[in-house]
Design a protein around this ligand. Structure first.
Ligand code: NCD
Ligand code: ZN
Length: 357
């Protein structure tokens, strides 16, 4: 739209990232500032080694995140519990009531990075789901089946049919986020439900690339993530959903850093590191779709509404300015094998986050 193209600045309420991997130790220190300069809060994924399965471990991890935060930055990590076959409903309730756990994360066992200790079968966590429903604690789902006879590209759609639909019938009051959706089936299921207790996060990379990106000119590990990127028709459905303004769709980057040595190897890790330019990446999509006026709802309003939290009071400004994204992020003391390849590496983006003077 002509008037939108002339806009030189985009001012919006400070956004939050509703799905993020911050890792731990040295990696946490490296990646946290990129998120904290853009987002006020983030839902922090618990798939560490070992995973965050207790209130005590979540408190300790939250403290490590706070200590890694540069003094001038203002950022609140929202912690999650990693569901296992044996986690107790009591531990979850205790953490939720104490304000330590904001939600619990369901990884089907072996579905993705550090998910070996995940849930082997939903029947194992019936009591947990009953309790979560009773206390209104949100369930965040990595929605993929792991059956070896199901094609990797069909795993999300099959999960919805086989597991999510029955689960929501059994627990109709449970608040559920289907994380990092990748298919038109997921868009339809979540959108058609029109239920304030069901939502989905959408990553920047699933809005920008389809599955061909992984194979153009050779094998591109920097475009490999889970759930894996799908056909173009799915990307189009995701772009429509994200830019629709519908309150059930909101921002979750799934920024998942792995060092180059973990990606570029015989069995490379899944995960795309998009934190450095996440907002600019999303803004590019909204502009291409002629929907910049819907960006604030997706980035800053729909998530807090689902989680029952206040929207942020500060604002941020994106300015129309060409920004060159580095090919890799290293630094003087970083070995090349430890470099991070950011999403959009080597590309130009048309927006840049304005920093305070
Ligand atoms: C994530 C990671 O590396 O922790 N990887 C990914 O491809 N998204 C795990 C996940 O969210 O599936
Ligand atoms: Zn993730």
């Amino acid at each position: 739209m002509a008037s939108e193209q002339r806009a030189t600045e985009l001012v919006l309420r400070r956004p939050d990232d509703w799905h993020l991997h911050l890792r731990d130790g040295r990696m946490l220190e490296r990646v946290l500032p990129a998120t904290a300069r853009q987002f006020a809060r983030a839902i922090v994924m618990p798939n560490l080694r070992p995973p965050i399965t207790t209130v005590e471990a979540a408190i300790a991890y939250r403290e490590r995140i706070k200590s890694a935060l540069p003094a001038e930055m203002n950022f609140t990590p929202l912690m999650t519990a990693y569901l296992t076959d044996s986690i107790s409903p009591h531990e979850l309730e205790h953490g939720y009531q104490e304000g330590v756990f904001t939600a619990a994360k369901l990884y089907p066992a072996n579905a993705t990075t550090n998910s070996a200790a995940g849930v082997s079968d939903l029947s194992q966590i019936t009591a947990v789901l009953e309790r979560m429903q009773a206390i209104d604690m949100p369930l965040l789902i990595h929605g993929e089946v792991t059956d070896s006879d199901v094609d990797v590209f069909d795993r999300e759609a099959v999960f919805i049919e086989r597991h999510l639909i029955p689960l929501r019938r059994r627990f109709p009051e449970l608040r559920v986020v289907l994380e990092h959706i990748t298919t038109s089936e997921a868009v339809e299921y979540v959108g058609d439900a029109a239920d304030p207790r069901l939502a989905a996060t959408i990553t920047p990379h699933h809005l920008h690339i389809n599955r061909n990106a992984m194979f153009i000119g050779g094998l591109r590990s920097d475009f490999y993530c889970l759930p894996v990127v799908k056909r173009e028709q799915h990307r189009q459905a995701l772009r429509k959903a994200a830019t629709s303004g519908m309150s059930c769709f909101f921002l979750g980057t799934d920024s998942a850093p792995h060092p180059r040595s973990g990606k570029e190897t015989s069995c490379g890790c899944a995960g795309i590191y998009n934190a450095p330019v996440a907002l600019e990446s999303y803004a590019t999509v909204f502009e291409q779709e002629g929907a910049l006026e819907k960006f604030e709802a997706f980035a800053s309003l729909n998530g807090p509404r689902f989680y029952g939290l206040a929207v942020n009071s500060e604002v941020i400004t994106l300015e129309r300015r060409i920004q060159q994204v580095p090919r890799q992020l290293g630094g003087n003391n970083v070995d090349p094998s430890d470099e991070l390849v950011p999403f959009h590496a080597g590309e130009e983006l048309g927006w840049a986050l304005k920093t305070e003077d």
